[in-house]
Design a protein around this ligand. Sequence first.
Ligand code: FES
Ligand code: FES
Length: 167
Amino acid sequence: MDKEPIRLRVNGQGFDVSVPPNKLLLDVLREDLRLTGSKRGCDDSSCGCCTVLVDGTPMLSCVMLAASYPEADITTIEGVAEGDQLHPLQEGFCVEGGAQCGFCTPGIILVAKALLAENPNPTRQQIAEAISGNLCRCTGYKQIYASIEHAIKKPRAAPVGSSTPGS
Ligand code: FES
Ligand code: FES
């Protein structure tokens, strides 16, 4: 199939690529942009390993046509840390053992990031519901819940110079 030029905005950066119009976003991310954090864990959109945020909403990049999202703000796991500073969710997965093989971890962190943006203090039940579309074959989920709860206790530090309540 002929290629067509498309522009994507991923992790705050614009990318111009030339891809077949039926190429899936997951494949464009991995093959054309070399952002390999998003994984393909199934063939039937059932695992959540390919999850990215599209304008802040978790979506399965394995069923999205890349060419359909030229205006979207796409976030992958590569865009979650700020420079050398891990996101509190990433810290949580390190500290609490939420990542074992790590295959499911990028998708779960992105779903959790969207959850905490909407509800900064979710219950364990709400966390479980939020990540119910993300399969983990290693952890039994308890460490994943603890990893996300770690981030609830330790939210990302405010940027230097920003005002704080009571200051
Ligand atoms: S690769 Fe499994 S849901 Fe997308
Ligand atoms: S850590 Fe291996 S699939 Fe979740």
